[in-house]
Design a protein around this ligand. Structure first.
Ligand SMILES: Nc1nc2c(ncn2[C@@H]2O[C@H](COP(=O)(O)OP(=O)(O)OP(=O)(O)O)[C@@H](O)[C@H]2O)c(=O)[nH]1
Ligand code: SF4
Ligand SMILES: [Mg+2]
Length: 464
């Protein structure tokens, strides 16, 4: 990993490590509670999949992606295809690229990156050896390596490249280029899959498979490159009062709060703000006794209707699910997808995507309640498919809508990859939290504190 990025990553990883492990420790109990009381409704927040704004990102801090392979395999053509410009010289003459060619680029959905096209690893002669030396230097400093093979597949050079990258623990993707001439050798594709090495068949010249390659790059990017957004801190300032509404009933975990509530509380403390926690029944009286108007009211999704009614319109309110959305996924995308619910019609096919296999309850939120509400919206029968765990389809085009679960057992990046796939296939994707807020008729109120996200929802309703 390049030095500056390593330093940033170390810092960020340190910053994010503890909540991540906390989250894992809490999963089993949270899971049961989520499903019992609809807390499995995490709506996810907007945040760009960049760790810095491109214009402000010095080259040394960007994710470096090296393109390696033998001469003439199409490395330069691939770099040009990825950035959509003719930067690197392409020719049928082997050995065209002599020195590494670098290009900074904003690669959606990953953010700011540097692509480095290199000279062929099989270059020969005295000059060739010097070129290979430079390529080796690039190999040592990249954050992700693309190993490009031609239609003949992997030979000893590519195997060596893969081994070197793996030894250095550098994430990699094997790219079988020129798939327009021949499909990659099936045995090699199967072997790579067994070794858990991603491979993608593309034609850089005909621009096929490039989106799948971008998705693979995104999957391989270090977690620390993905921005870790605030929960509530950017909505409040020092001294502000935030009221948290937490239902305490038979389904609540004994003697404790659940993780989203604790994390919100912690972020309020980190913001030097003040918090007050009440049950939904005490909210109205608590608000009436306050001499200071709260900056924000945050409630559990299951009581959102009552809280919306009890909170005066000049006080902003939202749900824990919507705040938690910032940790998982792109809230703008989910909001736009939620807008598509209003355009559902009988006969449409819906995908309910659960990020893990879990024990479904009789009145399961994803399998029973959300489908019921969606059918009410559509005014008739809907075809509902449920896919769990890694079983997220490659082809999403049969679906009019995808409703993703809260994803409490997976990383934010994993959810973002799914959203990217849906977006590039033009399929609206929302999540449980957004879908429930739509069904309760409170989505506009709950998104008021995120004006851009609210606009995304309204655009989704219009289908624009
Ligand atoms: N049919 C086909 N030809 C391709 C494809 N990609 C690249 N080529 C051709 O392969 C040749 C080599 O392409 P380059 O991109 O220059 O290959 P390179 O790996 O950068 O080569 P060196 O710089 O010499 O190492 C050119 O004639 C390209 O047009 C592809 O996907 N399909
Ligand atoms: S990952 Fe999704 S399906 Fe699994 S427990 Fe969490 S919210 Fe439920
Ligand atoms: Mg080249």
């Amino acid at each position: 990993m390049n030095k500056n990025l390593t330093a940033i990553n170390a810092e960020t990883t340190e910053k994010t490590r503890r909540p991540q492990s906390d989250r894992q420790e809490n999963i089993p109990n949270e899971h049961a509670w989520f499903f019992l009381f609809d807390l499995c409704v995490s709506a996810y927040s907007a945040s760009k999949v960049v760790y810095m704004n491109m214009l402000e990102t010095p080259k040394g801090l960007r994710l470096h992606i090296g393109i390696f392979g033998r001469r003439n395999t199409g490395k330069s053509t691939l770099m040009n295809a990825l950035i959509g410009q003719s930067i690197s010289i392409v020719s049928e003459q082997p050995g065209t690229t002599t020195d590494p060619v670098e290009k900074t680029f904003e690669l959606a959905p990953l953010g700011p990156v540097v692509f480095i096209d290199t000279a062929g690893f099989d270059d020969e002669g005295t000059l060739g050896e010097l070129r290979v030396k430079k390529t080796r230097e690039v190999l040592e400093r990249v954050d992700i390596g693309l190993v490009v093979a031609g239609p003949e597949g992997l030979g000893s050079f590519e195997q060596q490249l893969v081994a070197t990258l793996r030894e250095a623990q550098t994430p990699l993707v094997v790219v079988f280029n020129k798939a327009d001439l021949a499909a990659p050798p099936a045995d090699q594709v199967a072997q790579l899959a067994r070794e858990e090495i991603e491979s993608v068949a593309i034609s850089a010249a005909q621009l096929t498979g490039i989106d799948r390659l971008k998705e693979a790059l995104f999957r391989q990017a270090p977690e620390a490159c993905i921005e870790d957004p605030r929960l509530v801190g950017d909505l409040i300032g020092p001294g502000d009062l935030v009221v948290l509404v937490v239902p305490i009933d038979l389904g609540a975990p004994k003697g404790r709060l659940i993780l989203p509530q604790v994390q919100t509380l912690r972020d309020i403390l980190d913001s030097d703000a003040v918090s007050l926690m009440v049950k939904e029944r005490e909210l109205a009286v608590a608000l009436s006794r306050m001499s200071v108007k709260p900056k924000l009211v945050v409630c559990d999704s299951q009581v959102v209707l009552k809280v919306a009614a009890d909170t005066p319109p000049d006080i902003r309110m939202t749900t824990f699910s919507i705040l938690m959305a910032r940790f998982k996924g792109n809230m703008h995308g989910f909001a736009a997808g939620a807008g598509a619910i209003s355009r559902l019609k009988p006969g449409d096919r819906i995908l309910i995507a659960e990020a893990c296999s879990h024990h479904a309850l009789a009145d399961d939120i994803g399998r029973v309640k959300i489908p019921r509400w969606l059918r009410q919206y559509a005014g008739g029968h809907l075809e509902i498919d449920v896919k769990s765990g890694k079983d997220f389809p490659e082809d999403l085009t049969p679906y009019a809508l995808i409703v993703q679960c809260g994803g409490c057992t997976v990383t934010r990046k994993q959810i973002l990859v799914r959203q990217y796939r849906a977006e590039r296939q033009g399929v609206p994707m929302t999540n449980y939290g957004m879908a429930i807020s739509v069904s309760q008729g409170v989505i506009e109120r709950a998104l008021e504190c995120f004006p851009a996200v609210l606009n995304a929802y309204r655009r989704g309703v219009r289908g624009s």
